[in-house]
Design a protein around this ligand. Sequence first.
Ligand code: S3P
Length: 433
Amino acid sequence: MSNLHIYPGPLIGKTTVPADKSITHRALMFAAIAEGVSRVRNYLDGGDCRATLSVIQALGVEVEEPEEGTLLISGRGLNGLCEPEDVLDCVNSGTTARLMAGLLAGQRFHSVLTGSAQLRRRPMLRVVGPLRGMGADIGGREEGRYLPLSFRASRLQGIDYTLPVASAQVKSCLLLAGLYAEGLTIVREPGPARDHTERMLAAMGAPIHRLGPQITSERPARPLDPLDISIPGDFSSAAFLLAGAVIAPGSRLTLTGVGVNPTRRGLLDVLVEMGAEIVLDNWGESGGEPTGDLHVYPSQLRAVTVGGDTVVTMIDEMPVFAVLATQAEGVTVVKDAAELRVKETDRIATTVQELRKLGAQIEERDDGFVVEGPTRLRGARVYSHGDHRLAMALAIAGLVAEGMTVVEEAECAYDSFPGFERTLARLGVKLEG
Ligand code: S3P
């Protein structure tokens, strides 16, 4: 297990960030069921996406890497996946487990999904319930509440389903199952969950359509077209560096080619409202997703209250948002964010617990947290709890904490941000591995 020792200092320079995790997962899975060879450039080679890659390979999909960063995926068509010889291991990846559940529910063979101890604690009934409503034959631990889950061949019917919480994983799972179902599947979402699935499947020719908060999916009349895409930089990875540059005095940072899909960039909008000096320019498009370059400078932040739909568009950024809030003037409130309790860890509890060790004035609420700032943080030993986003948020706190901060078990950053330490070092941060 590796600990990261980090000292205060600015982030200076220009860098790209690793490819988007959510989009990489989708590209791999959807390419697997396309007809023909997909070319996926700049994919994310991190722990979670590797889990998806090995799952599709276990389903008979051939994948080559002709040059570093580019995958050629030989799609087997909607009904060409093969029965796996062994259980499918999603490791720590909730996206792999929940999206694959939608895909496997409609296959004509038996399969089993499992994962790490961390993933086996995360709720699965949110996908198992509606999939059973579509006619899927799913068994699982504690009646399907948790992995492992098993899938037996079954005939699916469309469903009209209102998501109880805005979740892109559940939405995507049902839209995928809808491709195998008789009749129309309608998913109604209570908030703007990330829409990468809808964008990518529609671009491949799948009959996926949005009308306001309602998205429909049905069995395609023709095979899905293969992909030829370049994955944009992950806004959720950029968020750590962005946050560091906003709070660490003397920073001057440019992040290039970052995905800025409106369903993902809530933190940016909130930071601007808090008074951060951020410029977004060089707008472009990559893989059907908007991209841009972010120029970030340190600024004195004002506290805000974040709730409702905004939470949905920055759900993965909440640990680092708590760090930002420790440096903002006034009382920052995060509410309507109970979903944080079922992420890789209970991110309300773990974020509050660890930031307090650095001297943060942060209180837990049932559905979020309250932070009083600005606080002068003090370096201390903190623990990642094996949660990649918490590990990186704590490292960013170390950029403004007096003395040395030690993030224990920081190697989990690899799940979404391979090379996190190297990137910090390149931007001038003093670290000891
Ligand atoms: C993801 C959706 C979100 C997010 C996760 C990735 C996705 O989860 O937290 O990191 O790729 O669809 P929920 O759909 O459970 O909110």
